[in-house]
Design a protein around this ligand. Sequence first.
Ligand code: SAH
Ligand code: SF4
Ligand code: F3S
Length: 469
Amino acid sequence: MTEPAPSRIDDACDSANRRVHVITYGCQMNVYDSRRIVQVLGAQGWVETGDPAMADLVLVNSCSVRDRPEQKILGTLSRLLPLKEAHPGVRFGVCGCVAQQHGQALLDKVPYIDLVFGPDRIADLPAILAATEDGRRESRTTLDAPSDYSFLDVDPSVEPGPTAFLTIMKGCDRFCAYCIVPYVRGRQVSKAADRVLAEVQSLVAGGVREVTLLGQNVNAYGKDRPGEPDFPSLLSRIAAVPGLDRLRFVTSHPADADDRMLDSFGALPVLAESLHLPVQSGSDTVLARMRRGYTAAQYLERLARVRRACPDIALSTDFIVGFPGETDAEFDATLRLVETARFDSMFSFKYSPRPGTLAARTIDDVPEALKAQRLARLQAVQDRITIQRMARYLGREEEVLIEGPSRDTRSGGRGKAILEMQGRTRTNLTVNLPADIPIREARGRLARVRIDEVLVHSLRGTVLAWEAA
Ligand code: SAH
Ligand code: SF4
Ligand code: F3S
């Protein structure tokens, strides 16, 4: 089935402002970067539009971590191509990790892409736009050396609601054998702690109540900055910021998740009770080939430690199945780890060779059908455990931070009353609930909610009490 070609409604456009539409794939880093893109363009008088048909600039912020990322971008842009054909002034750009990986080659290969820029070049966007004003094309993908890298400031006014991401470091030094991230994001650079604190304060002053700190390996925060606090110390300092209700972070690497970090969950009330700790495999031999730097037993000991500090914590993880050479016995070790660990939720992926990585030098020898079969088996085991873990919420009272209208009713169309709102528990579960007050008043407030129904990955509840306005 082909999608209808989008059409442009020029008369609805305010000619004073040019409009950008950003499509974001990949991890939270990219979500964060897309906000910075909107921020940099906003300073030049651009406004964001949710409708590509209204845009003068369409940007795809891309991810190259697995599968066929280029296909995804080209599929997205080619569907929007009629817009560009009808209005030749409209520009298409690719940024993010695929842009960094392929650079000029994307321009050479795809005639309808006008600009390409890497994650370190967001601040150059005004210059790139000036250079591509008259039909010329441009690619900028230099990754800054750690000593030259400067983070863009967070502007709370572009944050969409009561929750915000905050990048505290960029890049990654771990070089796990399968992973392209260190190549497309460069070496680790930590943001100065004082600056992180000032940004958290400014987000809170701007109305944000929950901050999620971002980094590919937040536990290594500060290791590239002698004299700066390490990650557990940074958490303690942020915990002291008045007005911050919830603090989260992603992603943690188990080998760098030390006791102080894990114990913080028992010591810092602001730290919300959820931890994503990617394990990737339950087999020690696969973990060694992946260069992860821990064994399954060490990983399980980390989980036990954090559960001692915070018994109700929700734990999630990532797995890769079908890593080169993965035998049935090695995969069985993964199934055993899932049974033992009893995660609340899991993301699992079929191994996908990434050019330039260590693992890509080894033949991708697990057949696709076997990868698919292992993925399905793994997910079936976790699905059963997820149901068991979710059951504990029934009848419980939870603190829920209301984020806005619920997904089911959000697209109800003009004039249709939105009756359902959505928020999150401290354990990061989505709760849908009837709106007993107007949603614009509820947004950004905490409510005590009774959980009436447990669904597969979300909850339904009723407000028992609102915090004082
Ligand atoms: N920095 C994070 C993860 C970044 S990528 C960490 O260290 O955990 C997110 C997830 O994608 C990884 O945890 C891994 O499970 C998956 N992934 C990364 N590279 C992959 C590859 N080549 N094939 C399949 N899955 C991959
Ligand atoms: Fe990739 Fe490993 Fe770094 Fe995570 S820690 S981004 S998986 S290299
Ligand atoms: Fe993807 Fe880049 Fe993030 S490769 S996972 S968008 S760092």
